[in-house]
Every structure is written in structure tokens, then in C-alpha cells.
Design a protein around this ligand. Sequence first.
Ligand SMILES: [Zn+2]
Length: 336
Amino acid sequence: MNDPMMPIESPSSGEFETVEPLQVLLYYNYTPITDAETFTVEHKEFCDSLGLRGRILIGDEGINGTVSGTESACQAYMDWFASDSRFMDTEFKIDPTDEHLFPKLSVKYREEIVALHLGEDDLHPRDLTGRHLSPLEWREALKAGSPGEDYVLIDVRNDYESDLGHFRGALKPPLNNFRDFPEWVRETLADKKDKKILTYCTGGIRCEKFSGFLRQEGFEDVSQLHGGIINYGKDDETKGELFDGLCYVFDKRISVEINRTDDKRVVSRCAVTGEPSVRYVNCALFSCNGRMILSEEGEAQFGRFCSDECKARAAAGERSSVEVPGATGEPEFDDR
Ligand SMILES: [Zn+2]
């Protein structure tokens, strides 16, 4: 009889390859960076030396990034943040991952690390922003009344993100650009300035600026979910309660689970069959790469295309990725 404690001999015994686990880090920090363009070049070299992959935006106003790398590389990266007075209060959302979530490393200088384009009205969240609510405070605020009546709950993400999942009762602006939010607010919420406002986004960075903008516009009672949906989903007390569907993320995973309670609902539907589905894919036509929710069944019926036009263009010989099920084009980098 085999002793269960005995290691099983294998032909390659002694040649085990140790693969170090990988992690993904999501972070931002609104902190003044002097000579941010030079810093961008240096930071890219540093990230390269650690073998990190991902996308990082750097501006005079701060840093915003998602990277994947080995656990030791991620730790070295976070240690570096902790050692620099400009960045030492950066909060990282850390998740394990089986593979790198980006094809390469991109570190870019931008005027804004989230593009709200407020122009002359631009503000720094260190000077003006909404109240930060912890996951527990957030859940309490949601349960303290009814959305639409007692408070205005705003999903500060693009429509293709909120379509896949959102907090129950949230207003989901029909926008696919963050910079369109100010106009939407002025058109839609002008009579809500005395209401309690609750805002949330993926990791918190968009709310930092957006809630500051709301206060600048005269909204009196503005709160934001600290750390965003991702942080809320990690919280062991709230367990993602009241978030329905999945959270869209800007990397290879496309979406992550948030709600770990028994009370959760699928809120998205297959574009072809109309049946509930959380399967988010990109249009197979490379020149389109548009996002859509498409079930396996829908794809079998129609193909992985977002429109008749894309399908026809692929059929006419334009480059597409139809031969690789589940393959997506490179996810577009956006703000979190
Ligand atoms: Zn398309």
C-alpha cells in the first residue's frame, strides 16, 4: 500500500521548476510630482527592472496604475512607495493572479491621471473632495434609505462598465467617457444639490475628482466609496453586499466578482439572446474591438461581433480574431 506521506517519484524528480506566484496591484495617489515627465522615464526603468507589466499614468497631480508581477517584484514595488514621502500613503489593492494581466509595460505622462477635463475649473482632490466612506459606512449609508428618494447614488463609470454590474438602485449615466460627466451632472442633477449624494467607481480614483467637482458645483452632502468597488468586494464584513453583477476591470480578466453573499443578481444580458449573461468580450474585428456582453450561445448564433457591419467586414477579409475563442484585443486603458 502506498504511504500517502511519501512523495510520488516522477521521472523528472529533482528538476522541479519553482514558479513564483503572481499578483496584480491596483493603486493611485493624488500627490504632487515635480518634473513628472522625468519621473515618468525613471519610473518606467524601475518597473522594467522589476519585470512588472501593466499600465501606469503619471501626471503633475499624481500616479494611477495597475501592474502585475511576481510577489517579490510587487513587494519591492510597494516597498519603494513606502520609502518615498510623496507616495508612502498609497493604498494598494492586491489580488493573486495566475498569469500576467497585460501584454507589456506602459508608463505614460499625462496632464491628468484621470481625464475629467475640467480646464480652468480643475481641482486637486487633496484640496477638495467628498467625504470618504469605508465599506461598512458605505453599506450603512445605502441601507439607511432608498436610492432615488433618500439619496442619489451615482455610478461614476462608463456605461459599458456599469452595464456589467453596479450597486442596486444606482444612477448609471449613459456615457462612455469620464470627461462627459460634468455636463451630465449639470443637465441631470441641477435640482439635487441639497440631496445626499453617494458616488462610487472601480478603485476610487475617479470619485476623488468627481466628488470634488460636485462640491465645487454646490452639492452640499457628497460622500464617496473609499477604495471603490474593488476594496468593497474585499471587505470581509460587507462581503460586497448590494453590488449586483460583476465589476469591470481594465486588464485581461475583464471582470471580477464582488458580491460574496447569497443575495446577488445578474444584471447584464447577452446582446444576441437577451438572456442573463456576464460574459464580456471584445468584438473580434481588430479595428473595432468594441465591448459587448455575449453568451456562448449568442456567440454560436451570431459570431463574436458587435454589429452586422463588423461581421460583414470580417467576412470580407478584414483582420479579426474569430479563430481564438475568448481572445480579446488589447483592453483599452481607462481610468479607474
Ligand atoms: Zn465591432
